[in-house]
Design a protein around this ligand. Structure first.
Ligand SMILES: O=C[C@H](O)[C@H](O)COP(=O)(O)O
Ligand SMILES: C=C(OP(=O)(O)O)C(=O)O
Length: 367
């Protein structure tokens, strides 16, 4: 007979190691840790508008196949240097998916895609993939959804999101207040941006909350407060990437005395979940950036090797490098979109620097 009182109506699915135990067996090498720290600082500076480049969080809607994800990471790291002067590229590596009702909850929950829910494998393979991606010198971005799962990977993340469905959650704001990387809060699914602004204020503050970080034991911890938090406009009932939406967001941020560097998500409510619309949204952002909109500091793009999406099916029938959650733009459109964003940054820069030959700068960047 168990001496533990029945607290939850649940039974053990599988035992998991503590986060510190997994990290001890799969440590982050010190050179990688230093690089992650450097990328976090770069990202923070861009969001604080101390660096006029654009942060671009780009990659699949979700990770489901680590081989295809690493393949994508190789491609991204190869073109990263080309854009270094205008764009800071960080790869989306989303291992957990928030669901409107139910559905596949992501790689850490179900890496075999068959409902067997081998979370030990999911957490281990997620960490392995992050170590491999970071070893390429490429930063990784993720959505922090389960506050406990976060503890297994947060040391390998350069930028994190709190999603539209959890921005209003106190638990997530507490977690964000302790996370070691810049965090973006999305507006809610109906388009309310005030909840994200409230979240930024909460996450910037010191918070005391319960978690486990050592030997699987729980403790109350006191966070420092995360000063590098920002707003993500992801659209809602209607898109919110137009100039008047950006102005409205700036005014609400300024009223709350918060820094006004904004990320715009080209997908989700802004694309109305039609992947090709992401290019249209990016084009509209480029128009604003080129004409001097300085508050657009970052964009998010859902992109994978192949455009579109597919349903989970028999392994042999699945398309390599295609999303199994929201549909993504493909690699060719991704490169074209990055070119367009880069050019917009050059044009914006030219508006704020001493007169010079813009055409020459654009040519130099294109080489
Ligand atoms: O980004 C992915 C999805 O938009 C998010 O997980 C919600 O998906 P769902 O509405 O299909 O559950
Ligand atoms: C789920 C996501 O976004 P949102 O929270 O905006 O729906 C996402 O970026 O994968």
């Amino acid at each position: 007979m168990s001496d533990v009182p029945a607290i939850l109506s649940a039974r053990t699915h599988m035992q998991l190691p503590g986060n510190d135990e997994l990290i001890r067996t799969m440590p982050c090498p010190s050179t990688t840790a230093m690089n992650i720290e450097r990328i976090r600082e770069e990202v923070s500076r861009i969001l604080a508008r101390e660096d006029d480049r654009l942060l671009v969080i780009v990659g699949p809607c979700s990770i489901h196949d680590p081989v295809a994800a690493l393949d994508y990471a190789h491609r991204l790291s190869e073109i990263k240097a080309e854009f270094e002067d205008t764009l800071c590229l960080v790869m989306r590596t989303y291992f957990e998916k928030p669901r409107t009702t139910v559905g596949w909850k992501g790689f850490v929950y179900d890496p075999n895609l068959d409902g067997s829910a081998d979370m030990l494998k999911g957490l281990t393979k997620a960490r392995e993939l992050l170590l491999n991606i970071n070893a390429l010198g490429l930063g990784a971005a993720t959505e922090f959804l389960c506050p406990l799962n976060a503890l297994y990977i947060a040391d390998l993340i350069s930028w994190g999101a709190i999603g539209a469905r959890t921005t209003e959650s106190q638990t997530h704001r507490e977690l964000a207040s302790a996370l070691p990387c810049p965090i973006g809060f999305k507006n809610s699914t109906d388009g309310n941006i005030q909840v994200a602004i409230n979240a930024i204020q909460a996450a910037q503050s010191q918070q005391i909350f319960c978690t486990t970080i050592r030997n699987g034991k729980f403790e109350a911890i006191e966070s420092t407060g995360n000063k590098s938090c920002h707003l993500i406009l992801r659209g809602g009932r209607k898109p919110n990437y137009h100039p008047e939406d950006i102005e409205q967001a700036i005014s609400q941020l300024e009223s709350a005395a918060l820094p006004s560097g904004i990320m715009v998500d080209c997908s989700h409510g802004n694309s109305q979940k039609i992947h090709s619309n992401q290019v249209v949204v990016a084009g509209a952002l480029c128009e604003q950036i080129s004409t001097g909109q300085e508050n657009i500091s970052a964009v998010m793009i859902e992109s994978f090797l192949e455009e579109g999406s597919q349903k989970i099916g028999a392994k042999e029938n699945m398309v390599y490098g295609q999303s199994i959650t929201d549909s993504c733009i493909g690699w060719t459109e991704t490169c074209q979109t990055l070119d367009m964003l880069s050019e917009a940054v050059v044009r914006r820069r030219s508006l704020f620097t001493a007169p010079h030959n813009l055409e020459i700068e654009l040519k130099i960047n294109a080489v």
